[in-house]
Design a protein around this ligand. Structure first.
Ligand SMILES: *[C@@H]1O[C@H](CO)[C@@H](O)[C@H](O)[C@H]1NC(C)=O
Ligand SMILES: *[C@@H]1O[C@H](CO)[C@@H](O)[C@H](O)[C@H]1NC(C)=O
Ligand SMILES: *[C@@H]1O[C@H](CO)[C@@H](O)[C@H](O)[C@H]1NC(C)=O
Ligand SMILES: *[C@@H]1O[C@H](CO)[C@@H](O)[C@H](O)[C@H]1NC(C)=O
Ligand SMILES: *[C@@H]1O[C@H](CO)[C@@H](O)[C@H](O)[C@H]1NC(C)=O
Ligand SMILES: *[C@@H]1O[C@H](CO)[C@@H](O)[C@H](O)[C@H]1NC(C)=O
Length: 466
């Protein structure tokens, strides 16, 4: 104990006298809770504040104790596996942008044909389709726009899912979209069409997951709100499966997105609070969005013609331990930063990551280093398994254009194994300075994140979940 106190004392002395540094001490329980927030816990701890079941959708972590799937699924990923999944998704985001760039001159709406890897999309919500309403559980994704669900008669193949597979023939309000319609050509591009045939969509996600089926319209039910004529993919065949989940709810920025299709009622506003693995978050629309937090600060949503499907903001600075990294805003702003629900870590331009890492290391000199998890990423690790009850970890604050800032919760700063023997800085570098940065879901945890698409702004509300 004496040694621990002495080292903490000398650290504080060093911090405040020689080297003014803002530090926060965390009890061991808090640290363990933050590290373990990605691992399935055994018990579900219920209900965030301001949660109204009639107007907000519950979000739960697919493989956590609050999930309708229950536990017992061996799907825990190690930090290294998370990193590999993330890299796939981030690369695919970049490649979609480059692809979109090459056809940015054309007036055609960019179809949301190519999705992103599904691996890290782990948040699920329940919505209803058809008349009478058939409820299904879906993954939600801010990185893709077409909503699709498995549909009877599963002409090619369906995988097993939690609820009965949606049967359009049982719904009095379902109709398929003809192949020669405007909606069909917007989604799949103009193509020779047989006027009697139905529109066929194909969604390819990275990692070989594919869904093919008919584009249809039916009534969508979100909490107590009903949207007749909602356009979605009625999947007749998939390659791969997404683990008992009926399909994907697309909250991306394209025309076909749920956000655009419900614009008359919700005004293109939604918000969410992403839960940790053992709790329940929410997805709220319209007037309900933004009611979870009392102090929301906004930053403009940038319309980036190179990345029209994504939500892009301008990060302008980062402070570590209360001191700003000496990197000009232009480095952060070129080309921009995407906020994504399906990426776990946060990706920064290489020079920014290097500066963040270096400042973080200065604040962690008191702890024994642990081996890096990978040569270039998750390369700043500490062995905290034998550390004192109070562990001191530098604060990290992200500053955005327009005055919004995000004081990154402990959960978003570090990632590691449950024994705390390898606790690593939870940020990574993009592979080139020309690539977009990505704000991942660890960083967003504990905040209510508000997408005011019509108002072209994105807000962060602290304490929006607990
Ligand atoms: C989980 O719940 C069970 C039964 O209610 C209880 O016995 C157990 O102590 C709880 N575990 C934790 C880690 O809270
Ligand atoms: C669960 O997965 C881990 C890592 O993939 C593996 O080591 C372990 O044996 C698995 N456990 C079961 C019960 O399948
Ligand atoms: C559709 O209707 C049939 C016949 O009434 C019924 O057997 C089946 O369970 C229904 N399917 C769903 C998903 O409700
Ligand atoms: C249109 O579809 C019908 C029925 O599927 C088929 O018999 C016909 O040959 C098709 N016509 C063309 C021009 O493809
Ligand atoms: C996708 O499938 C192709 C061919 O079947 C295979 O070569 C490739 O490794 C697969 N990719 C992934 C990520 O599984
Ligand atoms: C760091 O930069 C942000 C954004 O430019 C600014 O608002 C903040 O006051 C700066 N903090 C310090 C300690 O200089």
């Amino acid at each position: 104990m004496a040694i621990r106190h002495a080292s903490l004392l000398s650290y504080l002395l060093y911090s405040f006298l020689l080297f003014p540094f803002y530090v926060e001490a965390f009890g061991r329980e808090r640290l363990e809770a933050a590290i373990n927030s990605r691992f399935p816990a055994t018990n579900c701890s219920l209900s965030p504040k301001g949660f109204d079941h009639s107007t907000k959708l519950q979000i739960v972590y697919k493989n956590g104790p609050c999930s309708p799937l229950g536990l017992g699924r061996n799907t825990t990923l190690s930090p290294l596996q998370i990193l590999l999944q993330d890299q796939l998704r981030v690369q695919s985001i970049q490649s979609r942008i480059f692809k979109e760039t090459s056809i940015a001159g054309s007036k055609a709406a960019i179809p949301a044909k190519f999705g992103l890897p599904l691996g890290k999309m782990e948040y699920i919500v329940k919505v209803g389709f058809g008349t009478p309403t058939q409820y299904v559980t879906l993954l939600f994704d801010t990185g893709s726009s077409l909503t699709w669900i498995q549909c009877q008669p599963c002409a090619i193949s369906c995988y097993q899912q939690l609820e009965p597979i949606f049967d359009p023939s049982n719904s009095s309000s379902y109709s398929s979209i003809p192949c020669d319609s405007v909606q069909c050509s917007q989604l799949v591009g103009p193509h020779p069409c047989n006027s009697t045939s139905k529109c066929i969509y194909l969604m390819k996600y990275m990692g070989n997951f594919t869904s093919i089926g008919y584009l249809g319209v039916d009534t969508l039910t979100i909490s107590s709100d009903v949207f007749p004529g909602f356009q979605f993919g009625c999947s007749q065949g998939t390659r791969g499966d997404i683990g008992m989940i009926a399909g994907i709810l697309g909250l991306g920025r394209d025309q076909v997105s749920l956000v655009s299709q419900t614009a008359k009622t919700y005004g293109e506003i939604f918000s969410y609070c992403l839960p940790s693995s053992n709790s329940i978050g929410y997805l709220a629309f319209g007037s309900q969005a933004g009611t979870g937090s009392t102090s929301i600060k906004y930053t403009p949503l940038v319309i980036d013609l190179n990345a029209p499907s994504f939500y892009v903001v301008q990060l302008i600075g980062i402070s570590v331990g209360g001191r700003n990294l000496s990197i000009p805003p232009s480095v952060f702003k070129s080309p921009g930063t995407i906020i994504d629900s399906g990426t776990t870590l946060t990706y920064l331009p290489p020079s920014v990551y290097a500066a963040l890492r270096s400042a973080f290391r200065q604040g962690m000199t008191n702890y024994p280093p642990a081996p890096p998890l990978s040569p270039d990423e998750l390369d700043t690790c500490y062995d905290l398994s034998k550390s004192a009850t109070n562990v001191v970890i530098p604060s990290v604050v992200f500053y955005f254009e327009g005055g919004a800032s995000l004081d990154v919760d402990l959960t978003g700063r570090v990632i590691g194994d449950s024994s705390l023997s390898q606790v690593c800085l939870a940020f990574a570098a993009t592979s080139s300075p020309n690539e977009f940065g990505v704000l991942g879901n660890l960083l967003q945890q504990t905040y209510e994140v508000i997408y005011d698409v019509a108002g072209q702004r994105l807000g962060f509300g602290p304490g929006g979940c607990t």
